[in-house]
Design a protein around this ligand. Structure first.
Ligand code: IPM
Ligand code: MG
Length: 358
């Protein structure tokens, strides 16, 4: 089969990690007889510098006519002083909205080989951690009405948290489907003790649960969930939550695995289309130095193979290759500890390609 993939290298370490991922995809294509056709497009700071707009229409058009999108990272110090509506991060939000990417899957997996990097006590994570945060991505406070007004207290800014039942229902269904493929346990996280939008969220999730009687559903308030995540993370399997809570909780979940440089993500639309990107950012401090860890992007490509192209054998092969170089003792700087061999971005890509060949 042939697949069209839009590449958004973006800023900072984005182009470097994308380059290694393309090598890995090409190797998979060669081994399994698939053709991956890549088209690189501009977004973020790179697009601001080149064409004065963080998300050119041509980028959106190429993404829409592709089967999937692979994104590196956007943003950096250089553009930090721009007004909110012109910042590189707007490109991400624009892509999510324009491409209808309402479901964000963020797995937080503790790699056995990297267990030492986990900041929690060994007894808390004994037996490993494997959580998926399913975050609603095109609604809520990120996209609600926002603005400024004058009040008696001076300039006042507001951002509205708002959810329609259809938005809650479709993300809940993604989460229940995910739970069915895993351990049939779903925690829905909200703030229903205070927020009206959360009360609606909770009632819609409860309704959807009727179609998934095999799944054990629990509801948890966001403050409690944030606490439980470090107290006893093993109680979680699949978590479903709103855009803003998911933003925060997925960073927390990734940190407790100790390897933010390792974690991929998928943002899915209705159907099979998806945008895949590492969880980490553009890391401008190490950009262009062959230091970045490309594994999160490579694992994002594995998610693309699995979710958009339905190629689970190929996806497993990529994941296996990543694990194999870890167990051979190779480490990039972000996951380095004494006794291991430090390697750069390019060598990591090359070694993963080699592991796939074996
Ligand atoms: C994320 C990021 C984005 C978000 C930013 C860059 C807009 O933090 O993907 O988690 O808040 O969604
Ligand atoms: Mg975030």
């Amino acid at each position: 089969m042939n697949y069209k993939i839009a590449l958004v290298p973006g800023d900072g370490i984005g182009p470097e990690v994308i380059e290694e991922t393309v090598k890995v995809m090409n190797k998979i294509g060669e081994k399994y007889g698939h053709g991956f056709q890549f088209t690189a497009v501009l977004a973020g700071g790179a697009a601001i510098d080149a064409v004065g707009n963080c998300l050119p229409q041509s980028t959106i058009d190429v993404c829409k006519t592709s089967d999937a999108v692979l994104l590196g990272a956007v943003g950096g110090w250089k553009w930090d002083t721009l007004p909110g509506d012109q910042r590189p991060e707007r490109a991400i939000l624009g892509l999510r909205k324009q491409l209808g990417l309402f479901a964000n899957l963020r797995p937080a997996l503790l790699f056995e080989e990297l267990a030492e990097a986990c900041p929690l006590k060994p007894e808390i994570i004994e037996g490993g951690l494997d959580i998926v945060v399913v975050r609603e991505l095109t609604g809520g406070i990120y996209f609600g009405e926002k603005g400024y007004k004058d009040t008696e207290l001076g300039r006042t800014a507001y951002d509205v948290e708002q959810y329609a039942e259809e938005e809650v229902r479709r993300i809940a269904m993604v989460a229940f489907d995910m739970a069915m493929k895993r351990n049939k346990k779903l925690a829905s996280v909200d703030k229903a003790n205070v927020l009206e939008s959360s009360r609606l969220w909770r009632s819609v999730v409860t309704e959807v649960a009727k179609d998934y009687s095999d799944v054990e559903l629990s509801h948890m308030y966001i403050d409690n969930a944030a606490m439980q995540m470090v107290r006893n993370p093993k109680q979680f399997d699949v978590i479903v939550t709103s855009n803003i809570f998911g933003d925060i909780l997925s960073d927390e979940a990734s940190m407790i695995t100790g390897s933010i440089g390792m974690l991929p993500s998928a943002s899915l639309a209705k159907g099979n289309f998806g945008l895949y990107e590492p969880i980490h950012g553009s890391a401008p401090d190490i950009a262009g130095q062959n230091k970045a860890n490309p594994m999160a992007t490579i694992l994002s490509a594995a998610m693309m193979l699995r979710y958009t192209f339905g190629l689970s054998e190929e996806a497993n092969e990529v994941e296996k290759a990543v694990k194999s170089i870890l167990s051979q003792g190779y480490r990039t700087a972000d996951i380095m500890s004494p006794g291991y061999e430090l390697i750069g971005t390019k060598e990591t890509g090359d070694r993963i390609v080699k592991a796939i060949g074996e």
